[in-house]
Design a protein around this ligand. Structure first.
Ligand code: ATP
Length: 234
């Protein structure tokens, strides 16, 4: 579904991504792991069109993305939950979810989508009319994920969703990812929480200094503490 070949990207004159190759097939959950500064966020931002100085090939559902502006990429069925959540703090939970639906022009299905989301996120269901800013960081992150799912995307890209969240909610979040995987969603997940990410992934890529240094099945990586220690220890 997503195919990245020989991707290079720059911040100004700093050459950050140095020839990344990565595939995510339909229905797969793939983790992108590596230390701080390895290039994980840069990879996702380049896919989403938020960093334009790039070359190589990024194809999504067989369309070339690099030539398209960011807003056109969202329209193709990609949903993105950035590290900095970007929910609208002054709106209620329900209004934030509606923004996701409107964005994908599915207003007619609003009732159904809201019901589905309330079922998937019991914690949000209880808080539909609460102002988003009054929720905990973890609940706001859940809301950001719910809003992304409301657009019924073909693929969702998540950048460190568990960062800075209390352990109970982190556990809930990974249970959610596990359910999304079973439901056949296609996910590219950037995580520092390596073990939890591998447990809900099919495969993983490990980045170091802007290069893929290792790619394997999640189960093989789970059995490989040396690789985990070498490239993923913070
Ligand atoms: P983290 O977990 O810290 O976000 P990461 O693997 O996502 O790590 P990136 O954020 O992709 O890493 O950063 C890759 C490199 O790009 C780092 O060397 C970083 O200093 C550099 N970088 C990131 N953002 C910018 C920016 N806006 N301008 C210049 N350099 C940047």
């Amino acid at each position: 579904m997503l195919s990245i070949q020989n991707l290079n990207a720059w911040y100004g004159s700093s050459h950050i991504l140095q020839g990344i190759n990565l595939e995510v097939r339909r229905g797969e959950v793939v983790s992108l792991l590596g230390r701080n500064g390895a290039g994980k966020t840069t990879t996702i931002k380049t896919v989403m069109g938020l960093l334009r100085k790039a070359n190589g090939s990024v194809r999504f559902k067989d369309r070339d993305l690099l030539g398209l502006p960011a807003h056109k990429r969202f329209g193709l069925g990609l949903a993105y939950v950035p590290e900095e959540r970007r929910i609208v703090p002054g709106l209620s939970v329900l209004e934030n979810i509606r923004l996701g639906i409107v964005a994908s022009d599915k207003r007619a299905r609003e009732k159904e989508v809201v019901e589905q989301i309330a079922e998937t996120f019991p914690r949000l269901k209880e808080r539909l009319h609460q102002t988003a800013v009054t929720m905990s960081g973890g609940e706001q992150q859940m809301l950001a994920i719910a809003r992304a799912l409301a657009s019924d995307p073909d693929m969702i890209l998540l950048d460190e969703p568990s960062e800075g969240i209390m352990p109970l909610l982190v556990q809930e979040m990974f249970e959610l990812f596990s359910r999304l995987r079973k439901a056949g969603k296609t996910i590219l997940l950037v995580e520092q929480n390596v073990e939890a990410a591998l447990r809900i992934s099919d495969r993983a890529y490990i980045l170091d200094q802007g290069e893929v240094v290792h790619a394997d099945s999640a189960s093989a990586l789970l059995r490989d503490p040396v690789i985990q220690e070498r490239y993923c220890a913070v």
